[in-house]
Design a protein around this ligand. Structure first.
Ligand SMILES: Nc1ncnc2c1ncn2[C@@H]1O[C@H](COP(=O)(O)OP(=O)(O)OP(=O)(O)O)[C@@H](O)[C@H]1O
Ligand SMILES: [Mg+2]
Length: 334
């Protein structure tokens, strides 16, 4: 074939305008892109892979595509494209739609980059937690994470990589957080049935601070491995750290079941016993995600209310009221 007959065809390049890089990982990169037709911004994760790693890479898409929930980063579609220029005929990239039933790849794909198109979020929980947040905001964030995890577990899926970098936030025009979303399903696995809930995994994966003892031990895990990671995350959500160094020191102490000195007083006993339970060495001693949700609701009910400390959901109402007031004063000035 003559060189001029070869067309470098890329739906990614055709359909999206790149705005900038959102992040980078061991897998490749995540780009912020605007769709040229619908004008909406998306996050596109681009994973380069060798043919023999296909199953491993595609697993992320298969798991993510089946999850639709307010507290899960929204998946749109995925596409495999070849990196090298090639003839137009073989270049019809296969796609995976967000409909779980239609998740399938053609058998003759030779592509070596996977493009995962997702909802674009405004940042990670990791960054957000360094901000000054009231107790009500912190409990609201905790509740939303657990609601997302309840859904993941209902779908017989273990996330396996829960940490504050993989939890995303959405903000409104006033920079206030309106949504919390769990993302990054790169390590997710599913269990077979209610009678066979254990899954064998490689013990080297995931982030050390968040990994349950059985992950680094036998690697035979169930959904309770996520509950251990959730315990570490909820500690970070409920206990403010002003710097990353302080956060890491606290996480190291937490591994030895030592809570920070500023949680010494009795008023924090309920937080400490709640988190300790999630961090139990024996997975069977950890509560289920549903039980954790109930406990958070109980803690929320016990928390004293304060005018200055409105929960984030309450802020959404304030914004609406603010918009109404602006409209009214605009009308007066006509
Ligand atoms: N949907 C999204 N919206 C906004 N930013 C995102 C989104 N997905 C990923 N990012 C950004 O890209 C970074 C890397 O993405 P991702 O979490 O998928 O991979 P990773 O955890 O760094 O990689 P890995 O764990 O595979 O080494 C994130 O930390 C985040 O900053
Ligand atoms: Mg990640």
């Amino acid at each position: 074939m003559e060189l001029q007959d070869q067309i470098y065809y890329s739906r990614y390049k055709d359909d999206f305008e790149e705005i900038g890089k959102l992040g980078k990982g061991g897998f490749g990169r995540v780009m912020k892109c605007k769709h040229k037709l619908d004008d909406v911004e998306y996050a596109i994760k681009i994973i380069k892979f060798a043919e023999n790693r296909r199953d491993e890479v595609v697993r992320e898409v298969l798991k993510h595509a089946g999850l639709h929930h307010e507290n899960i980063v929204r998946y749109h579609q995925a596409r495999i494209e070849e990196c090298e220029p090639k003839s137009d005929d073989d270049n019809k990239a296969d796609s995976v739609s967000s409909n779980e039933d239609s998740v399938s790849f053609g058998s003759d794909i030779h592509g070596d980059s996977l493009y995962i198109q997702m909802e674009c979020c405004d940042g990670t929980l990791f960054e957000h937690l360094f901000k000054e947040l009231g107790d009500k905001d912190r409990l609201w964030i905790a509740k939303k994470i657990v609601e997302g995890l309840c859904y993941i577990h209902e779908k017989k899926t273990i996330h396996r990589d829960l940490n504050t970098h993989n939890i995303y936030i959405l903000k409104d025009a006033r920079e206030r957080v309106t949504k919390i979303k769990i993302g990054d399903f790169g390590l997710a696995v599913s269990w077979k049935s209610d009678t066979d809930t254990k899954v064998q995994v490689k013990s080297s994966e995931g982030i050390d601070y968040y990994n349950a003892p059985e992950v680094v031990g036998t690697g035979l895990i169930d959904a309770k491995a996520d509950i251990f990671s959730l315990g570490v995350i909820l500690f970070e959500v409920l206990h403010p750290s002003s710097t990353n160094r302080e956060r890491i020191e606290n996480l190291i102490d937490l591994k030895g079941m030592k809570f920070p000195d500023d949680w010494k007083s009795d008023q924090y006993d309920h937080y400490k016993s709640f988190i300790s339970k999630l961090l139990s060495k024996n997975p069977n001693d950890r509560p289920s995600a549903q039980e954790v949700l109930l406990q958070i609701q109980q803690i929320q009910d016990l928390s004293p209310s304060s005018e200055l400390d409105e929960p984030v959901e309450g802020q959404e109402k304030q914004i609406q009221e603010g918009v109404e007031e602006t409209r009214k004063s605009d009308l007066k000035n006509v």
